[in-house]
Design a protein around this ligand. Sequence first.
Ligand code: ATP
Length: 338
Amino acid sequence: MQIVLIEGDGIGPEVTQAACRVVAATGVKIDWVKGPAGIPAAERYGDPLPDETLEMIRRYRVALKGPCTTPIGKGYKSINVRLRQGLGLFASVRPVNTLPGIRTPYEKVDLIVVRENTEGLYAGMEHEVVPGVVESVRLITRGAAERIVRFAFELARHHGRRMVTFCHKADVMRLSDGLFLEVARTVAEDYPFIQFEEKPIDNVCLELAMDPSGFDVLVMENLFGDLISDLGAGLIGPAGPGGGLGLVPGANFGTQYAVFEAVHGSAPDIAGKGIANPIAVIRSAAMLLEYVGRPEAMAKIERGVAGALQAGEGLTRDLGGTGTTNSITDQIIKHMGA
Ligand code: ATP
């Protein structure tokens, strides 16, 4: 099976290599086809996301991606935004769940953040009206709103989830989130067996901070989803630099392609030191394996991660240990079992 591997930059090459080792240890044979992106690609090809990388993903359909930095101030558009728009990756999925051995204020967090990936403020449509005045466009369309809410309900159905919460700010952005909310209510009627709730995004933040156990699947527009994903990583992570960023996996889905990546960025402060936590990318690779029809390999990796965290050996610094990317990877492989 051929799958595209985007190593990215910063800690990207270190953590994606760890993920490839773990995937190999599951016994699933993957021929990784490397696609350049990020700072090395900008230096080599003059573009941090060369067309050939996009073409590769179109050819092989599935990719595992490390974090990629978009060079600032050189006129480049965000790599992630280009990838998502160029491949029609309209849905981002981030499972946030407590893991064994990690002490957090909350004992049982098990939610999935579903984020619309192509519109909203995060799409970065901005222009200067006159010097000193800029305008950002918050585009919401009925088609994209319906597609993402339906995706969230289908995901809930597939995973046997009980509730979908639609997060919005319709009381202030009456037109844009008003439309989104109206669409969400209509789609929800097609899923009477799944509970539907609608909540202002500020209330969602408050409730997540107080008691996240009441949430299940959350669906929202692009920028809200960006914020809630990091908030989620904070809920399940240890108290330390990066919180749970090294733990939370993610995936971007379109109708034809899927790109799997961790929530965290390229962490330049620790890049090249061999101390980055690879678990988020390893768990993203596990999601990839489920997507390509190997759920048993995913289960094996999740078992390995849980076992390694519980044993508490070889843990990286963000998890309170003194280990390295390699030592935690070794532990995960050790705990995967035959
Ligand atoms: P971006 O804007 O690209 O999302 P960022 O600057 O917001 O990036 P990160 O690059 O994710 O954030 O880093 C935030 C903090 O978390 C840094 O201190 C970084 O070292 C830490 N961190 C992020 N990912 C990891 C990881 N996998 N292992 C250990 N620490 C990490």
